[in-house]
Design a protein around this ligand. Structure first.
Ligand code: GAR
Length: 220
């Protein structure tokens, strides 16, 4: 009987790589339906590169500073993804805007994790902005990547409470713990073909994750 090959995942990072590690750890389970084939950083000094190497994952660097503009950088990145025979791309703290041509080429095969409950708080400094707005519920989102930043079809979200006395650091830590739960779970759904793009939205055949407990702080 032919052995079916797991999809090869390229994880793109720019920094410490904690979400990358959650994907590597999840994919080390024999029943995980995808293989982390390579980690690619746009920063040569990204701490995540050493962490990936320590887990025996191949790493590549495509230094954005070596390219004149976004189009040339994206072409180089695309060439590396093709060389590595990537089937799926996971952006994991990858802090570069991608060109429409690149995102269109990888449409339906590239996913991102964002530290907020989209469509709220697109962009940067999400935890500071959530605290400034006084929201009581915050969280994180895994979505397919489309040309417009932080707008693509949503695969999975997790909510956390915002507690009195939270700082950006305490809130960020609470959200990050949930990022590490939902990113591997969402990749599993995509790699299994159980989360599919239908008419610009995500159809999920089966909801496999129990939502995290949400604690609503008592009124003062
Ligand atoms: C994560 O919180 C991720 O959601 C965020 O950067 C952090 C990377 O941490 N991504 C974005 O803000 C993308 N818009 P990590 O390197 O430890 O995974």
């Amino acid at each position: 009987m032919p052995v079916s090959k797991k999809p090869r995942v390229a994880v793109l990072i720019s920094g410490r790589g904690s979400n990358m590690m959650s994907l590597i750890e999840a994919a080390s389970a024999p029943d995980f339906p995808a293989e982390i084939a390579v980690v690619i950083s746009n920063r040569p000094d990204a701490h995540g590169l050493a962490r990936a190497q320590a887990s025996n994952i191949a790493t590549r660097t495509v230094d954005h500073k070596a390219y004149a503009d976004r189009a040339h950088f994206d072409a180089a990145l695309d060439a590396v993804l093709e060389e590595e025979q990537a089937d799926l791309v996971c952006l994991a703290g990858f802090m570069r805007l991608l060109t429409p041509g690149f995102t269109q080429k990888w449409a339906g095969r590239m996913i991102n994790i964002h530290p907020a409950l989209l469509p709220s708080f697109k962009g940067l400094h999400t935890h500071e902005r959530a605290l400034a707005e006084g929201v009581r519920i915050h969280g994180c989102t895994v979505h397919f990547v489309t040309p417009e930043m932080d707008v693509g079809p949503i695969i999975m979200q997790a909510a956390v409470p915002v507690l009195d006395g939270d700082t950006p650091d305490t809130l960020s830590a609470r959200v990050l713990a949930q990022e590490h739960v939902i990113y591997p779970a969402a990749l599993r759904l995509v790699a299994d073909g159980r989360a599919r793009l239908v008419d610009g939205r995500v159809s999920v055949d089966e909801f496999i994750l129990a939502p995290p407990a949400l604690v609503v702080p008592p009124a003062r």
